[in-house]
Design a protein around this ligand. Structure first.
Ligand code: NOJ
Length: 536
């Protein structure tokens, strides 16, 4: 029987994990692109913020056709970011500061510049090299029509998921044509990914984020979607669980942990990925997508906790990532939920309102039981930026026919120093994406000196968070529109989402507040507090 592990081995159950989008975090060498030197120089900042781990979006060799999610070599760092030796140093230096590293593995597809795809292209129809991918003849006269009717996984994309090569065969790519899908029914594909996992665990990483984790397995006949909904030909197929059970055995050799990118509306199907011999955790996209509404949030929290409980997995709480609208902007709009399909240019936004809510949401998410993911720049309260049309690089924009603004607005290089060129992002060239006017006002140095800043709030909240302990959540009676709960005895979180001030539902000593109480000691609208309330 397995021995119980010491508590530190369970760090991921309640960790604060900071997402580093390397390209936009900090530019160490001055070429306008963020890099590992930039991250290493900012490790003290991350330690001071108090995070337990860093998740790096893909840092591997890549033509960057999809921000690095088009990997040409999973065992090498892109030269624009640094070297493998530097990554090893970074992993070790972070660990010395008590910060673990999580890498991002992209198993569904590779770059069209990956050696396997180049070989498959060259080898031609019928070759064993093509069996590692999904190559098929087309339909219709001369095979001129794509092999099936599957839609792009970039919501809003009007582009096909099949591309035809000059030799007449088509290959499948659920995302861009530069991201051919791998054939997960092939043993070589499975073996290769287990070797890649070992490669990174051997280098000291503590965990792996799994990109598009529910999309890998495909119906062997590549049946049309229109032919019947069950089982889905490429989403959440049962064969996947066997893959993740093997991965779990690899991770267990290193005490490594997984976090899956699993976008599934069905709570029961979602929880299957979190069974004890599969993934440790998965991102909670229902919380991320939830509107700023007390009832809806409470329901999302309850559903999340209920779906995780039977499998014994901790929940994760995510407000933002590199794919979605920044929190301060989203909460300042009429529609405060997130939906890829609803993204549009020119959506009216009340940024002051959004910022107030983002502060309250920070205290809410950091008080909940489970792990919290914090996307870089959220601790600075950055809004979504408008990127000039001719500078947008995200393929989601072009593939929507230009209607979707794409995801670059949340990927703008960070402001570090208010009075330095490029707000201190780097010492030389223009950042790869333009920083909007006023970006320096969000700079980390200015916020570090301001006790009322978002950065100060995040620092204090992360430091105080252990007070909530490991206990489950208990809701407290509260007026309509107010969420109040306790976890550890005597520590309470109250959030007012109503449009008027509310009396605090319990008396207590104020530990932390996202904004000032009103003169009558009431909690204003869109404000959250943490209280010490002995006796509860
Ligand atoms: C999810 C990633 O988060 C996103 O950025 C990427 O475009 C797709 N997967 C495809 O890899």
């Amino acid at each position: 029987m397995a021995q119980p592990r010491p508590a530190s081995a369970q760090w991921w159950r309640s960790a604060v994990i900071y997402q580093v989008y390397v390209r936009s975090f900090a530019d160490g060498d001055g070429d306008g692109t963020g890099d590992l030197a930039g991250v290493r120089a900012r490790l003290p900042y991350l330690a001071e913020l108090g995070v337990d781990a860093l998740w790096f979006t893909p840092w591997y060799v890549s033509p960057l056709k999809d921000g690095g999610y088009d990997v040409a070599d999973y065992r090498a760092i892109d030269p624009a970011f640094g070297t493998l030796a530097e990554a090893e140093k970074l992993i070790a230096e972070a660990r010395e500061l008590g910060i673990r590293t999580i890498v991002d593995i992209v198993p569904n597809h590779v770059s069209d510049q990956h050696s396997w795809f180049r070989a498959a292209r060259a080898a031609g129809p019928g070759s064993p090299e093509r069996e590692l991918f999904h190559f098929r003849p087309g339909r219709g006269p001369d095979g001129a029509l794509p092999p099936n009717d599957w839609p792009s996984q970039f919501v809003g994309s009007t582009e096909p998921v099949w591309t035809r090569l000059p030799d007449g065969e088509w290959y499948l790519h659920l995302f861009t044509p530069e991201q051919p899908d791998l054939n997960w029914a092939h043993p070589v594909v499975r073996q290769e990914h287990e070797d890649i996992l070992r490669f990174w665990f051997e280098r000291g990483v503590a965990g792996v984020r799994i990109d598009s984790a529910a999309l890998l397995a495909k119906d062997p006949d590549l049946t049309d979607l229109a032919d019947g909904p069950e089982p889905h030909p490429f989403v959440d197929r049962d064969e996947l669980h066997d893959v993740y059970r093997s991965w779990r055995a690899v991770a267990d050799d290193y005490d490594g942990v997984f976090v899956g990118e699993v976008w599934l509306p069905d709570a029961e199907r979602f929880a299957r990925y979190l069974r004890p011999d599969e993934l440790h955790t998965a991102f909670n996209f229902s919380f991320l997508s939830c509107p700023w509404d007390a009832e809806r949030l409470r329901e999302s929290i309850d559903t999340t906790l209920a779906e995780h409980a039977p499998v014994g997995a901790p929940a994760t709480w995510v407000l933002c990532n590199h794919d979605v609208t920044r929190t301060a902007t989203r909460y300042g709009r009429a529609d405060t939920g997130f939906d890829f399909a609803a993204k549009a240019f020119g959506t009216p936004t009340d940024l002051a309102l959004g910022a107030r809510r983002a502060r309250a949401a920070a205290l809410l998410s950091l008080a909940l039981p489970g792990a919290v993911y914090l996307y870089q720049g959220e601790e600075l309260g950055l809004p979504e930026a408008d990127i000039p049309l001719d500078r947008i690089q995200d393929p989601m924009h072009a593939r929507s026919g230009g209607t979707d603004p794409g995801r670059d607005g949340c990927r703008v290089p960070l402001p570090w120093t208010a009075d330095a060129p490029h707000a201190g992002f780097g010492p030389g060239e223009e950042p790869w994406l333009p920083q909007p006017a006023g970006w320096a006002a969000y700079a980390a140095d200015g916020q570090a000196a301001d006790p009322d800043s978002m950065l100060a709030l995040y620092r204090r909240a992360i430091a105080l968070r252990p007070r909530f302990g490991q206990d489950p959540l208990t809701w407290l009676p509260a007026p309509d529109g107010v969420l109040a709960f306790t976890r550890a005895p005597g520590t309470v979180c109250v959030v007012n989402l109503a449009d008027r001030p509310a009396d605090l539902p319990v008396p207590g000593e104020l530990l932390l507040a996202s904004g000032p109480l009103d003169p009558r000691g009431r909690l204003p609208s869109d404000t959250a507090v943490w209280l010490r309330a002995p006796g509860l």
